[in-house]
Design a protein around this ligand. Structure first.
Ligand code: IPE
Ligand code: IPE
Ligand code: MG
Length: 238
């Protein structure tokens, strides 16, 4: 595919779904599907960095995913532990800055420290900003932002009528990151599953039946090509 003649979205957000279905299809335990999904993620982050994308955000674990079996949640936490170290290496080799969004305090202490290390050791990289949404829920993010706003306005005696969409955005986990232009969901489901509810207001949506562990650069380029066919409107008329 000829990416040179295409407009790259500035920010691509992904719901990486289908690890479980991939495992079922291959007759292996779900945890193996998640492991394959992590390997795909590593490759895609590298591809996206090389492509010159500015922002890439992936949904790795939702606030609702704690409802899964103890065994599956445990396997996901162990993959998180292992892949955070690998992501740091890939990020530093590719000038990628890594950032986490979501509610960190629910994780065990060593994972929290791993997240801090990942952000700290990549913070001076100037290429792609790779954001991982873990223990993330769009509604939870908005509620936490509201709490911060209320606290801030109370403590500083500010006038709430000054709150604007732009100023409120700065209280969200994604402060400083532009809204996604393109949202890709793998594995065919036509829903947002509580992902970036505020930020996706005007994103172009692209859903593929490809299961996340099978996703690759070619699939990504197909999504970008589809994005290039869209006429973005933002509610106005040309
Ligand atoms: C996505 O794969 C990864 C996470 C949600 C952690 P799933 O585990 O949701 O895969 P399916 O939807 O069961 O195929
Ligand atoms: C969304 O996928 C969450 C992540 C990809 C991390 P789910 O598989 O959890 O969502 P539903 O259950 O299909 O809505
Ligand atoms: Mg799923």
């Amino acid at each position: 595919m000829d990416l040179e003649n295409m407009t790259l979205p500035r920010h691509v957000a992904v719901i990486l779904d289908g690890n479980g279905r991939w495992a079922a299809r291959h007759g292996v335990p779900r945890a193996m599907g998640h492991k394959a999904g992590c390997e795909t993620l590593e490759k895609i982050v590298e591809a996206v960095a090389r492509m010159g994308l500015e922002y890439f955000t992936v949904y790795g674990f939702s606030t609702e995913n704690w409802k899964r079996s103890e065994e599956e949640v445990g396997a996901l936490m162990n993959l998180l532990r292992y892949y955070m170290g690998r992501i740091v290496r890939t990020a530093n080799e590719n000038n990628v800055r890594v950032r986490m969004i979501g509610e960190k305090s629910r994780f065990e202490q060593d994972i929290i420290e791993g997240i801090d290390r990942m952000e700290e050791s990549t913070k001076n990289n100037t290429g792609l900003t790779f954001t991982v949404a873990i223990n993330y829920g769009g509604r939870d993010e908005i509620v936490r932002a509201v709490r911060r706003v209320v606290r801030d306005y109370r403590e500083n005696g500010l006038d709430v009528s000054n709150i604007t969409e732009a100023s409120f955005s700065e209280y969200l986990d994604t402060a400083g990151i532009p809204d996604p232009d393109l949202m890709i969901r793998t594995s065919g489901e036509l829903r947002l599953s509580n992902y970036l509810l505020w930020q996706l207001a005007y994103a172009e949506l692209y859903v593929t039946d490809c299961l996340w562990p099978d996703f690759n650069q070619e699939e990504l380029e197909k999504a970008i090509a589809a994005y290039n066919q869209r006429e973005r409107r933002f509610g106005g008329r040309k």
